[in-house]
Write a protein that binds this ligand. Structure first.
Ligand SMILES: Cc1ncc(COP(=O)(O)O)c(C=O)c1O
Length: 365
């Protein structure tokens, strides 16, 4: 705390991103990046932009990229909003489209940035408990609210909600905006973008960080009714008119154009996800059904904390959340074949005891 801080800053509890360790040779399975890397055409596109044009501002509307995204998803460019990563898109959504005097609903176990945005904009966040199976029950969202947001598939659980259930949530709050955060949708789910023509209260958020392997580029977007997009543009143009630089705009466009690379990359993640799931189940893990590029798993006898520490000692980094209901779970991003093998043998070497009581972490472990 400092006397120069505003009362707002004093009240903030910022989001803590997954670790980006400086050490090399780690098996890094902690931040849901895509291990297959971006398309070579994306690298070519960025190189083509490395010229004198960098002295000029980028297109504030990102028109060409919005057109590409619109035709990819069968909507109009006026229905597409671009942001510096979907985190920025989400921040603008909380500011522009939720009713700040009423509670915004989101699952109790979900993307931990949502409560952070609530505090930033002084919105009451109301966690809605997932079921005992860690699933979203659409019936639980039939209650007064200032807006609804949930990831689909959910993070960190990986569980997917079918579109008929998404529609139940949309129908329950026709006068409020419902945001479906589809950061992981390309790994086996069906996008709700097909519903934006039917529901003027639906906004779907996407990112290029996961399925298009461009986390370092920072490109996200939202698709919805043009009136919702206009609200987001009002906030964006009151904050930063040029959220995407020239390299990002050119690169993101190339990522959408290389459909073959995109499909191969998603299929690679999905088949490795199934292989890792089976291997972990054989080691005594319960693995929640995942449609994302990560799995969420707990061992029948070993604590999540002990396992995360044991893996870390071997240079394998996974994510552990020390929070109620999920402290026994590990969230493990799917890597390439060799990384996943390292994970599986790393777990085997921990000699996890069979039995039903969870083992506590030993001091110094
Ligand atoms: C559910 C969810 N939404 C949004 C994001 C933000 O993605 P980005 O800001 O990289 O586009 C993440 C990142 O991990 C996420 O897990």
């Amino acid at each position: 705390m400092n006397k120069f801080w505003s009362p707002l800053v004093k009240s903030l509890v910022p989001y803590v991103p997954g670790e980006q360790p400086k050490m090399v040779n780690l098996v890094k399975l902690n931040t849901n990046e895509n291990p297959f890397g971006p398309s070579p055409k994306v690298i070519e596109a960025i190189q083509a932009e490395l010229n004198d044009s960098l002295r000029l501002y980028s297109d504030p509307e990102g028109e060409s990229l919005r057109q590409t995204i619109a035709s990819y998803h069968g909507v109009k460019p006026s229905q597409v909003f671009l942001g510096n990563g979907s985190d920025e898109v989400l921040a603008h959504i909380f500011c522009a489209l939720f009713q700040h005097g009423e509670p915004v609903l989101f699952p109790d176990i979900t993307y931990s940035f949502y409560p952070v945005y609530c505090r930033l904009y002084n919105i009451e966040g109301k966690p809605v408990p997932l079921t005992d199976n860690f699933e979203i029950n659409p019936e639980d969202y039939k209650q007064p609210n200032g807006g609804v947001i949930f990831p689909n598939p959910n993070a960190p659980t990986g569980c997917y909600l079918g579109l008929e259930h998404v529609e139940t949530i949309l129908k329950a709050s026709p006068d409020r905006v419902v945001v479906v955060d589809e950061a992981y949708i390309d790994f086996g789910g069906e996008t709700a973008i097909s519903l934006v023509g039917k529901y003027p209260n639906l906004l779907v958020a996407h990112t290029l960080s996961k399925s298009r392997s461009l986390a370092g580029l920072r490109v996200g977007f939202a698709v919805g009714h043009a009136d919702l997009i206009e609200a987001l543009n009002r906030v964006k143009n009151s904050f930063n008119s040029y959220p995407l630089d020239r390299l990002a705009l050119a690169d993101a466009k190339a990522a959408f154009e290389d459909k073959t690379w995109f499909q191969k990359s998603c299929e690679g993640v999905i088949s490795e996800r199934e292989r890792v799931t089976r291997a972990l189940e054989e080691l005594g893990f319960e693995v929640l059904p995942s449609r994302a590029n990560f799995i969420f798993a707990r061992h029948k006898s070993q604590s999540g904390e002990a396992l995360a520490k044991g893996l870390r000692a071997q240079g394998i980094i996974v994510r552990h959340f020390n929070q109620p209901r999920i402290s026994d779970f590990l969230r493990i991003s799917i890597g390439v074949f060799e990384q996943n093998n390292a994970l599986i043998s790393g777990l085997k070497s921990l000699n996890m005891p069979a039995g039903n009581s969870r083992v506590q972490v030993k001091k110094g472990e």
